[in-house]
Design a protein. Sequence first.
Length: 319
Amino acid sequence: MRIEYRVMRPDGGTRWVLERSFPISNDGAGRRMAGVVSDISDGREAEERVRTTEALLRQFGDASSNILWVRDAATLQWEYLSPAFEATYGVSLADALTGETFRNWTDLIVDEDRHRAVASVQRVREGESVSFEYRIRRPDGRIRWLRDTDFPMRAEDGRIQRFGGVGEDITDFVLAQAERERSRVLLDAVLAALPTATIITDATGRPVRWNRAHEQLWGVFDRDPSSVEPFEGYAEWKGWRYPDGTPLRSRDWPLARAVTQREATADELIEIEPFDGRPRAIVLVTAAPIIRADGELLGAVVVQTDVTARLRAEEGLRR
C-alpha cells in the first residue's frame, strides 16, 4: 500500500510524508504489516513550484498577443502553443496540435521562406538562440509576416530537451516600412526633377534631403546634408538681406524660422555666397514648416530660386 499525506509537527509546521506498507507474515493470529515512512516535502514543494510555474506560463500565454510555444527537441512536436496562434495563422489550436505538428507549421510557410525557417529551427536544436523572419499564407489566402525568437531549454545534465519560442506578427511594421521606402523613392524622384534648389529638414532643423539644384546653387557637391548642425551650423552659410545688405545670423534664415517659430516665408530676397568661390547670387526664398494634422512639427522645407540675372538686369536698366 502506498499513501501520501501531511503530518502536523509539534512546532506547528507541516510535512508531506510517503507511507509504504506491506505484509510480512500470516501466522494465524492476524496479519502483521511493516511500513516505511519517508519525508517527501521537498519533492512535493518542487512539484508544486513546477505546477505554479506552468500555470503562470499558461496565463501569460493566454493573455499575450504574441505566440508562445514549447517544442520537444527530439520530435519537434509542440508541447504547448498559446491561443494567439489562432488569430495570426487562421488555424485552430486543435488542428495545429493534431498529428505531426511541425509539418502543420511548415506547411503554412510560403515556399520561398520555408527552407530558411526550418534551418533556423535546426540551429536551435544544436544549441543556438535564433531570431528569424518569414511569411506564412493563411488558409484564407492572406500573407502575414512573422518574427520568431527561439531558444534551447536544457535539462539538468545539459541536454537540450525542449526549446521555446516567441512569435510576433510584424506584418504592419513590414508594410509600413515598405510604404516609407516607396515614399522616400518618390520624394527623391520629385527632388531630382525640381529645377529649384530645395532643402528638407527634420524637426530639429537638420537637413535630411537636398537636391541637385541646391548643390549647384551653393556649390556643395560633396557634402552630406545631415552634416549641417542646426542652428549654429547655419552660420557658415553666408547670406545678406537684399537689397539692404544686412547680414543674416544663424536663426535669421527662413529655414531656421520655419522650424523654431513655425513661420512660413514667401518670396524673401537673400544674397548668398556660394562655397565654391563663384560670385554672389540673389535667391528668392520660400520656406514653410511641415506640420502633422495633430500639430506635431515634422520638419521644414525651403525652396530657393536664383533670380540674380533678372535683378542685375533690372539694376542695369535703372542706372
